[in-house]
Design a protein around this ligand. Structure first.
Ligand SMILES: [Zn+2]
Ligand SMILES: [Zn+2]
Length: 112
């Protein structure tokens, strides 16, 4: 399957902190199932996906067509803690993080 966002290359299966994720070799974005994001974030901080607020005015770049692999639906621009713009599948809760966004997310959730 091609990257859901830049559509350039096949996603690679990678292991990150013992969790298997799909990562794009071009834009370095990662596609995470709902459970995978929970597992990647610190224990007790696992409800990030549930707490994401949908932003009605989607931001330019982050609103770029990211399609959920599973649902084949356009992902929605959403706000994560720390005013981070991410792509979220409203249907299954999968999330697409651009390069560096996971680290920001982890940092922000550890602080709060
Ligand atoms: Zn990509
Ligand atoms: Zn989905």
């Amino acid at each position: 399957m091609k990257c859901p966002k830049c559509h350039k290359e096949e996603m690679l299966r990678e292991t990150y902190e013992n969790i298997e994720i799909d990562r794009c070799p071009v834009c370095k974005g990662m596609y995470l199932d709902r459970g995978e994001l929970k597992a990647l974030l610190a224990k007790g901080q696992g409800n990030i996906a549930d707490n994401l607020k949908f932003s009605p005015t989607s931001d330019i770049m982050d609103a770029l067509d990211a399609f959920c692999f599973r649902c084949n639906k356009k992902m929605t621009a959403a706000k994560a803690p720390g005013d981070l713009d991410v792509n979220l599948c409203e249907n299954c809760g999968a999330i697409f993080l651009d390069q560096g966004e996971l680290a920001t997310l982890q940092f922000n959730t550890q602080r709060s």
